[in-house]
Design a protein around this ligand. Structure first.
Ligand SMILES: Cc1cc2nc3c(=O)[nH]c(=O)nc-3n(C[C@H](O)[C@H](O)[C@H](O)COP(=O)(O)OP(=O)(O)OC[C@H]3O[C@@H](n4cnc5c(N)ncnc54)[C@H](O)[C@@H]3O)c2cc1C
Length: 454
């Protein structure tokens, strides 16, 4: 709630955002979290899991719209439809949404639609906006973002092979995609597809393009839905698809041939902040569950409540410290993005992208441990939460790619700091000399005293 805004950024949060934050918090706590179980039950079992649309989502969407909690993620100043919140303000709201399975979708703030809407709003032409952005913003359809391919190392997007060849007034797409999140949902009508138009450019960053493909276009086959640690994530799902001579009009190209890298980079900045804040919300919820378990009077291993065992209090304290520290890092990235633009925030966003999922996995794991066997089964949200958040170390690029970039960036200071340290050492030598002192080394002092007594 508004009272939980970290002091360091509270003056940057408007009164309007503070009010909304309270409404979001109440909506998530009192409507969405209780509805999560209804959602799971309505998804059902077997093949029906990919056909059912849980009605509870529509009920929640209607409530969210009535409360004004709709498309909150669209940043202030960029889009006329934006409700007018900064990345910082929306980040605080996303934290609440991250506590529930249904909350983000209920407020039309769920990935991958949010990223796809930003692509359309930022780079789409009027016709593309009318056809796709409008129904997405109204929450009438859903979408997927198709970049990753099974046959190549897709963490390096230059490797993407899906061919997009121009034939007359059409583009013809051939290739395969996997980890197409959201492709399982019967309401998923749009695929935002990245592939190679190649062209004559020798620059590997100018060979990829982004094309809009209606999901019912002939030639597309969904072969299977991939599981995440055995969970199917239905009805959203993660599809493995092939495209065989899939034809779309040339008007479906976004921004222009060879502009794919530009588009995906623009898509990911705010999205990573949203993911990170939702993940912090999940960590908070895991800590709530841990507190419930360690105060349970019916569980007294070795004659004491769990909270009376010292190590458990250390888990609680460490979790609090780690969550709070991570939140600061993410909100700082959001502020930089708001005040200096996405480019200035790049390395802070990468720091958040790497740190937050690892932090949350540690907190969730402590909560799992506190629950004993119950922690790894379906009786708490913890096991599913862990599986979901573990994937964030891969999705949107694996940790190692971000770490390699950050390492290279940090190491640019290598030459300058070496020079500075050497200069400081030389100056120390000089200062010692001027004062007739010897540089003190371990053991020297005792040796001197012994010598002087003799
Ligand atoms: C649940 C989930 C949802 C996803 N949703 C989507 C989606 O909606 N759309 C989409 O297009 N993709 C999606 N992805 C795919 C995800 O973005 C890719 O899995 C990720 O980018 C890694 O690509 P890859 O799987 O091809 O692994 P590879 O590129 O083969 O990489 C494998 C491993 O190599 C290592 N590695 C890579 N680069 C380096 C480096 N520079 N230094 C050191 N080690 C390195 C890393 O450990 C990495 O995990 C999703 C993935 C998951 C798990």
């Amino acid at each position: 709630m508004a009272a939980k805004i970290p002091t360091i950024c509270s003056t940057r949060v408007s009164d309007k955002a503070k009010q909304y934050l309270d409404v979001v918090a109440k909506f998530v706590q009192e409507e969405c979290i209780p509805a999560d179980a209804v959602f799971e039950a309505q998804v059902g079992v077997g093949d029906a899991r990919w056909e059912n649309h849980p009605d509870i989502i529509d009920e929640l969407k209607a409530k969210a719209q009535k409360l004004g909690l709709w498309n909150l993620f669209l940043p202030k100043g960029h889009y006329e439809e934006s409700p007018g919140f900064t990345n910082l303000e929306y980040g605080l709201m996303a934290e609440w949404m991250g506590r529930s399975r249904t909350a983000s979708e209920a407020c039309n703030c769920a990935a991958p639609d949010t990223g796809n809407m930003e692509v359309l709003a930022k780079y789409g032409n009027d016709a593309q906006k009318k056809q796709w952005l409008r129904p997405l913003m109204e929450g009438k359809i859903r979408s997927a973002f198709l970049m990753t391919e099974p046959q190549v190392a897709s963490s390096d997007a230059r490797n993407i092979e899906m061919s997009i060849c121009r034939e007359g007034n059409e583009y013809v797409l051939n290739g395969q995609k996997w980890w197409s999140s959201g492709a399982g949902d019967p309401r998923c009508s749009l695929y935002v597809v990245m592939g190679k138009t190649g062209g004559n450019s020798k620059d590997p960053y100018r060979q990829q393009s982004v094309v809009l493909v209606p999901s019912n276009t002939p030639g597309i086959t969904i072969h299977r839905m991939l599981s995440v640690y055995g969970l199917d994530d239905a009805p959203h799902g993660h599809g493995h698809l092939t495209f065989e001579n899939v034809r779309v009009p040339i008007a479906n190209m976004v921004l222009g041939e060879g502009r794919g890298f530009e588009i995906i980079q623009g898509r990911l900045g705010p999205g990573r902040i949203h993911h990170a804040m939702r993940t912090i919300g999940a960590a908070e919820r895991a800590l709530d569950w841990m507190l419930m378990r360690i105060n349970d009077p019916s569980k007294t291993p070795f004659g004491k409540k769990l909270r009376e065992h010292g190590v458990i209090m250390e888990w609680v304290a460490r979790s609090r410290i780690e969550i709070d520290a991570s939140r600061m890092l993410v909100l700082n990235a959001a502020i930089t993005m708001d005040e200096q633009g996405p480019k200035a925030a790049l390395s802070q966003i990468a720091e958040a992208k790497v740190l937050v999922p690892s932090m949350a996995l540690t907190v969730i794991d402590r909560a799992v441990q506190a629950f004993g066997g119950a922690g790894v089964c379906q009786d708490t949200p913890l096991a599913a939460m862990w599986a979901n958040i573990r994937t964030l170390r891969l999705a949107d690029g694996p940790d190692e790619v971000h770490l390699a970039q950050m390492g290279r960036h940090e190491n640019k200071r290598g030459g300058a700091v070496t020079e500075q340290i050497k200069w400081q050492q030389a100056k120390s030598e000089q200062m010692l000399k001027e004062r007739g002192l010897l540089k003190l080394e371990p053991g020297m002092r005792i040796q001197h005293r012994t010598q002087s007594r003799l």
